[in-house]
Design a protein around this ligand. Structure first.
Ligand code: DON
Length: 561
């Protein structure tokens, strides 16, 4: 009962600006729900909820299962951000389980003698791997928020790893794309390929070493992964094949509890990932710029033009200022302020695209040159979790230290190798995101809560640099009253400051809109493949309904109970 009151008061005063209508808000969702990108992961969460676990218990089970059934996307060798709302204490937390640069890392470690990035060095093999954060997150969330033993929460994942499961088409596509890389590491090839060849759909992937590693975590907690025999195995093979991890790097790893960033747009409160994810700041900054215009009063082409211009400016700030705030001074308060957005919006013309060059404080150098996962849980107490977890590119670094079953991330590529030079997502940045020992690389992962008179939305997606624009489009749709299925399916468009192009999926613009945007000076580039794999939960106060939706681009699965 106490929680009912707390949530009710919170919604009344913080979210909605108190008036009598709020008395009508349901205080608890009528149903619990899990949504994730894989049916086995959703089922793992569902089973825990059915056994009386809370949203946090379920989230640990889902996360661990994703590590097993989507080894190409996330896992024990990677990291992520856990956005948490704890109904009991009415508090928010962003558990930062981002990877960390090893102590021996240096700002120029991926550059040749001429000072240019060496292709592949920051993306392939153990030198591209940061110290993983996900194992520590699983243990911490279970301990701090969960109500079940962590062994119980990891059980389904352990079984799936040892008994195996049939791989799906997404696995095959990813493995084909990374076939050469996987073949370069005999341990990765042994586990993920069928006699060194591409497996067929339905091939049973068994990961007994990963099952052992998960069991060690179940038994010994954080020490099970970051200390002892497993840590030694990890370090030994990383070093043998050119990496720079040490036992101390692993022992020193810790998750960080951070306050999420918050903002308001037309009566909706936004709660999203804080640094070292750029997601929340860049997303809220985009909304703040848009709030300088009455979006609804413009025709669809101009609305899209304004969204592109807002993204251009918000990603410009990302490139200029954002990095791990434990290492660099980031003007977060200013970047999130309405005054700053007002100033940014002054250079926006309704009829003409701005050239990104005109915003730039430095001339970016010309350079020649997926898969993460998101899931969400809500329980009937109102606890919420939104998690985006990743090993960066498909199959990460492609490297598995022998006998561990742990596929390592290649998240070091999210750092800036050299100011102005693009990373794998064609993002640029400054020394704010330069490599330094113990520093966390800037991310775009944006687990988000939206709260308004309508209710609550819990959302996020993979997609590298495009995550933030996807979350922005979804949030705008939700604020317009869109239902879950429409929001996740909507064709997307994206601008990230550099390259100065609007990337779009087929159907994102009508012919007339495309023409109007081109006339304003936008360069439109169709993308070959669709992108994103958004998972959302919507709790609507009207009728107290809970809806889940899984991106049709993936093969997610959702359940409402
Ligand atoms: O943290 C980031 O921003 C990226 N490493 C996320 C990677 C990702 O979303 C890959 N999915 N397509």
């Amino acid at each position: 009962m106490k929680y009912l009151l707390i949530i009710g008061l919170f919604l009344c005063f913080v979210v909605a600006g108190c008036n009598d209508a709020q008395d009508a808000y349901p205080q608890f969702p009528e149903k619990a729900a899990v949504v994730s990108s894989h049916p086995l992961a959703t089922k793992a969460g569902e089973d825990i909820l059915a056994r009386g676990g809370n949203a946090f218990d379920a989230a640990v089970a889902v996360s661990a299962m994703l590590a097993v059934v989507e080894p190409f996307g996330s896992g024990l060798g990677g990291g992520g951000f856990w956005l948490i709302y704890d109904a009991k204490t009415n508090s928010y937390n962003m558990l930062d389980a981002r990877e960390v640069a090893p102590e021996a890392a240096t700002a120029d470690m991926y550059l040749d003698q001429q000072g240019n990035p060496v292709p592949g060095l920051s993306t392939d093999g153990p030198l591209s791997a940061g110290i993983p954060g996900l194992p520590a997150a699983l243990v911490t969330v279970a301990e701090k928020y969960g109500s079940f033993e962590r062994g119980t929460l990891l059980q389904a994942a352990i079984h799936a790893a040892s008994d195996g499961f049939g791989v799906d088409q997404r696995y095959i596509i990813g493995a084909e794309y990374k076939l050469d890389l996987l073949r370069q590491n005999s341990e990765a090839a042994r586990i993920f390929l069928n006699n060194n060849d591409l497996p067929a759909s339905g091939w049973v992937l068994k990961q007994p070493d990963l099952a052992k590693t998960l069991t060690l975590i179940a038994q010994n907690g954080i020490a099970g992964f970051y200390e002892g025999e497993l840590a030694e195995r990890l370090v030994q093979d990383v070093k043998k094949y050119g990496g720079i991890w040490t036992i101390e790097d692993l022992k020193n790893y810790h998750v960080i509890n951070r306050l999420p960033v918050t903002g308001t747009y037309k009566g909706t409160k936004i709660i999203a990932a804080a640094l070292p994810s750029s997601g929340g700041i860049t997303f809220i900054n985009s909304l703040n710029i848009l709030s300088q215009f009455d979006l609804d009063s413009h025709n669809p082409a101009t609305q899209k033009h304004l969204i592109i211009e807002a993204l251009r400016r918000a990603y410009h700030e990302r490139a200029q200022h954002l990095g791990d705030s434990d290492f660099v001074d980031v003007p977060t308060k200013r970047l999130l302020s309405a005054e700053h957005a007002a100033e940014q919006s002054r250079s926006i013309h309704l009829d003409q695209a701005t050239k990104s060059d005109a915003l730039s404080l430095y001339a970016p150098e010309k350079n020649k040159g997926t898969e993460t996962t998101h899931f969400a849980v809500i329980d009937r107490e109102g606890n919420r979790v939104a998690v985006t977890q990743s090993i960066n590119f498909w199959f990460g670094s492609g490297f598995v230290p022998k006998g561990t079953g742990v596929l390592l991330n290649n998240q070091m590529d999210d750092f800036v190798m050299k100011p102005g030079v693009e990373n794998g997502y064609r993002l640029i940045g400054t020394s704010a995101n330069a490599i330094a020992p113990g520093k966390r690389m800037l991310s775009s992962m944006t687990p988000t809560f939206l709260e308004s008179d309508r209710g609550i939305a819990i959302l996020g997606t993979p997609g590298g640099s495009r995550i933030i624009s996807m979350v922005l489009l979804a949030a705008l749709d939700w604020m317009q009253g869109g239902d879950g299925k429409t929001i996740v399916a909507r064709p997307r468009f994206h601008h990230q400051f550099y390259p100065d192009e609007v990337f779009y999926e087929s159907g994102a613009f009508s012919e007339g809109e495309a023409l109007a945007l081109e006339r304003k000076g936008h360069r439109l580039t169709p993308v070959k493949r669709q992108y994103g794999n958004m998972q959302i939960i919507l709790w609507d106060y009207d009728g107290n309904t809970v809806e889940t939706a899984s991106d049709p681009r993936g093969k997610g699965d959702e359940h409402v109970y």
